[in-house]
Design a protein around this ligand. Sequence first.
Ligand code: AMP
Length: 398
Amino acid sequence: MKILVINSGSSSLKYQLFDMESGKVLAKGGCERIGAGGSVTHKVPGRDNYTVEVDLPSHDKALEMVFSLLTDKEHGVISNVSEIDAVGHRVAHGGEKYKKSSLVDIEMINYLETIIPINPLHGPPAIKGMRACLRMIPTTPQVAVFDTSFYSDIEDYRYIYALPYEYYENDKIRRYGFHGTSHRYVSIKTAEALGVPVENLKMITCHLGNGSSITAIDGGRAIDTSMGFTPQEGIPMGTRSGNIDPTVIPYVMKKHGLTPDQMEDVLNRQSGLLGISGLSNDFRNLLAASQDGNGRATLALKMLANGIKKYIGSYMAELNGLDVLVFTAGIGENQYEIRRMTCENLDALGIVIDEEKNKNFERGVPFDITGKGSKVKVMIVPTDEEYMIALDTQRIVK
Ligand code: AMP
């Protein structure tokens, strides 16, 4: 079975074609600058990458380009689009209706359109990607995999904000959680690596990338997560502030005469590690600067590690214990320094890492960095959201 996974952003469209029998990626790539020029990079394992500048006025055109590259005589890996058995779409938000991955149909698209007000950045491009596929390959089954659906079991006292209840009832303002596909994948892989059924494990998974979130998972079900109504809530991220006293927002808006859109830009794109350091949102740059004695880069790293620590402590309380602490995504998988800083002085909670294993970890596989005397296993587990989407798509289509 061949499954095409699509992740459609406002000006980009990423794709991966999987062969499900081997679990291998046959081809992957991305269209960039849709609506403002355009380029496509297409990668086939074992061959040179192919990049082409091409006018991409719309997501339809981008998808047309993807199909043409996948079936191209020189660069392609299939001879006809009919060889694609199903399409899996990454969809950030399923609202309160879509609590699990589901077949795409008009009813779903209509519902997703009604929740654009609470998902203004990611909703419209995901819908465009689904509509383009429905138009171009109408007989191929399509599945939407929602980042929010892993959190559909979270209890109301954990997802309701302490605001007037009408804001929840009328405006659907509540915590939804994001990155669910990654946390779910990593929880399954961790259990597999430990040889223990996921149902028997209490886990905290730390997805630390440019966007970061932390999830408490009890027996394979998420019980709480750090992101909320939007991906803004939680720990400091590359350019997002994470948690702040909400009253800071009207105060800054009044003081500096900012509009709501300008304030949102500050919170989303000018804050986090970039805002604190004034230097970069990229962990690598901050670590290098910190090692060169840059105080604000050091401050940014300390704030990140402390933010993660606070969630670990509170989620251990919510879980009433912990079996495994997991690090994943760009920073979590690759940066031993953040794992060291986070786990430093957590021995009172039974968390100790092996400094050597943490530093000389093996990349690309689940790797145990548990230290001597630790009551909690500590693991690095690579995430693969696209493969999780392909697996869900295969299960539903079958
Ligand atoms: P992500 O959003 O998961 O792609 O993660 C982006 C963040 O991870 C950036 O802050 C990078 O500094 C960091 N990162 C990604 N890949 C690597 C790598 N191979 N080595 C070190 N840091 C990395």
